[in-house]
Design a protein around this ligand. Sequence first.
Ligand SMILES: [Zn+2]
Length: 277
Amino acid sequence: MSVDRRIVLLACAASLFLNSPIGSQEPDYEVLTRLKAHIPPLSNSPGDRLPLLIWQTPDLPMGIDNNSVSTTQAVYLDRGMLPLCNNCGSPAMAKEYLPIFQYWKSKNVPICILPQGWLQAPFAGPANRLRMEHKAPAVQAPDFECAAAMLEIARETKHSGEIMETLAFLKKSEIPLKLLLVDFESGLYLRNQFEEKAHVAQAAVETSQCPRCVGEFGQATPLTAAPFSRIADRTRASITRSILTDPARTIYPDLQIGNYFAWPIHRLPPVKDHFPA
Ligand SMILES: [Zn+2]
């Protein structure tokens, strides 16, 4: 499924409103006071609508640290809001968040989470297992990842053990996960300076000179930015399916999965000379 962009934008706006002005890394329970002062509880049933999903910034109170899960979470749920529990990306953290999920379950709230980093970790940081350089004669440099190599590795490794273990823990704990959001903005090129035409055009040239990429995607001499961005999107979609979507649905067959990325492709007016993944 794709999550309605309005929900995402509202959630971003809510996050800005909720953030502590001093940008604290500690839970700021004054947030609850501000919420109660400015946003009344829902007066109508939300029906089958998704809650307003809130990015869990470090200062967003969750009730775990001071043993107030039910009273803290009630402030959100009463207003049709749901924090995304961005930290629950490992079995250990999911265990820590279990009282929250159990409380939501007791209130029949559709359980939606966004474990931060699940689809970034394979492309960056210590794991970094999907990024490989092209084969010569293409330039071999970290800035130009080999899309064909990414696909090969994703096909072989199948899935992330940590993702599967976390979902298996939630299933075993009888948490009825409804919606899993991911934040996939990495791979082949980023939404930051790497989405600009000059970089994308160079990445396209290198891709068309790499024997492994030519074998995977066919000969196109030289590739230009637009067809390369389609290769990037196809690669991203294929990797998402092989390392996340298909394995996740072996545990939760009806799980809905969406992307929280603030620039859903083809959903906002294009910016000239930018090719966001
Ligand atoms: Zn390549």
